[in-house]
Ligand binder design. Structure first.
Ligand SMILES: Nc1ncnc2c1ncn2[C@@H]1O[C@H](COP(=O)(O)OP(=O)(O)OP(=O)(O)O)[C@@H](O)[C@H]1O
Length: 356
């Protein structure tokens, strides 16, 4: 369980995953745990919560134990309340007095920040500054106080997807999917792989906008605008890791898409998908009568065990999801009209929107 709770030192962590790549028994155990199904009895029940179970692998757990308490005013930002705590630091709602606006300030609160934590802050700042998109949180500033890095973000007034209670209506999940896929597309086009997409790392505003946060485990690949190449490192939250990444393969845009598929399946059903991925689309249509079969197929495609069977890139996924959403909206609209309105005399209403 130390592995799943992120308590192993990085080297031991990597060794454990390398071992699992060669040992069928350990691999089965890891996969079972990551899916949260049929946990062996010797493992504590509830170790994997319905959402957000498991901890990231290659992240330092420096926030556990004694922590540093930031002052009320940090570098001109008045801290108002704690929004959340994670593997790297604490996030506060704060006020930027200079421009009188609310911000989310993430600060390293480890008593003695280790090199890994400092590197994570630096990575997060560099990754986020490469992406400007409405579905990715905006960073205003990166700074440091007494050797402690902090990052200042736009404050997203909403709930993280981990705070929602799935199952959610699939139509709502479809809207969330379109936003998250667009955020991932922007990241990938900027040469950034998120590598830790999970419900806790996306915030949904009351107006329905969803934003990706927490790029602390991101990595940089390719040049801006080029297709990112894979990156070899076991990084992420085991529960949301793509099978090939869990086995030590390179992270790629397709492994981010796999995490998105897991998240969407979970939001739709309240559970992670079965290990036998071939059955995902059928399972979704069976469990959620009325789900658009195209949407179920998109989720299943993201979840393919073989990365080559997934969407090749986030922009393809975006185009398909947007098309599915238009079709769903079209079907909804046409179903409320009397049939005489949707007959041959009303061609604009009765012809589905083109794909491109
Ligand atoms: N821009 C923001 N606006 C509002 N709330 C935020 C913002 N950024 C982060 N939060 C809140 O703070 C929590 C922790 O943020 P974040 O995931 O970035 O920190 P972390 O230390 O990397 O955590 P973890 O290790 O769990 O991923 C989030 O789950 C969210 O509730």
């Amino acid at each position: 369980m130390a592995l799943f709770e992120g308590r192993l030192p990085v080297t031991a962590n990597v060794l454990a995953h390398h071992h699992a790549a060669r040992c069928a028994a350990c691999r089965t155990l890891l996969v079972t745990l990551a899916h949260g199904d049929a946990l062996p009895s010797e493992l504590a029940p509830g170790a994997l919560a319905p959402l957000e179970g498991g901890r990231r692998c290659a992240r330092r757990s420096s926030v556990q134990g004694a922590t540093w308490t930031p002052p009320e005013v940090l570098d001109g930002f008045r801290l108002e309340r704690l929004l959340g705590r994670g593997g790297m630091g604490a996030v506060y709602l704060a006020r930027d007095a200079s421009v009188d606006r609310r911000v989310a300030l993430k600060v390293c609160v480890a008593l003695q920040p280790d090199a890994g934590t400092l590197a994570s802050f630096a990575t997060e700042a560099r990754a986020i500054s490469r992406i400007q998109h409405p579905n990715v949180v905006t960073m205003y500033r990166a700074g440091e106080v007494d050797g402690r890095p902090y990052l200042v973000y736009e404050y997203v007034d909403g709930k993280s997807l981990a705070e929602l209670r799935p199952p959610l209506p699939w139509q709502r999940v479809l809207d969330i999917a379109v936003g998250l896929a667009a955020g991932l597309r922007a990241a990938h086009q900027g040469g950034v792989l998120h590598r830790d997409l999970k419900p806790g790392n996306a915030i949904l505003s009351p107006d329905g906008t969803v934003k990706l946060i927490d790029f602390g485990l991101a990595t940089f690949v390719g040049g801006a605008g080029t297709a990112p190449r894979g990156v070899r490192e076991v990084v992420g939250t085991p529960r949301y890791m793509a099978p090939e990444v869990r086995m030590g393969e390179s992270a790629t845009p397709r492994s981010d898409l796999h995490a998105l598929g897991l998240l969407l399946f979970e939001l739709c059903t309240g559970r992670l998908p079965p290990a036998r991925r071939g059955a995902c689309a059928a399972l979704l249509t069976e469990r959620l009568p009325g789900i658009d079969p195209g949407f179920a197929a998109v989720i299943a495609c993201c979840l393919a065990e073989d990365p080559l069977e997934r969407f090749a890139q986030a922009d393809v996924l975006c185009a398909v999801l947007e098309h599915v959403r238009r079709l769903v909206a079209f079907q909804r609209t046409s179903s409320v009209f009397p049939t005489s309105w949707t007959g041959p005399g009303f061609r604009q209403v009765s012809s589905p929107p083109p794909l491109f």
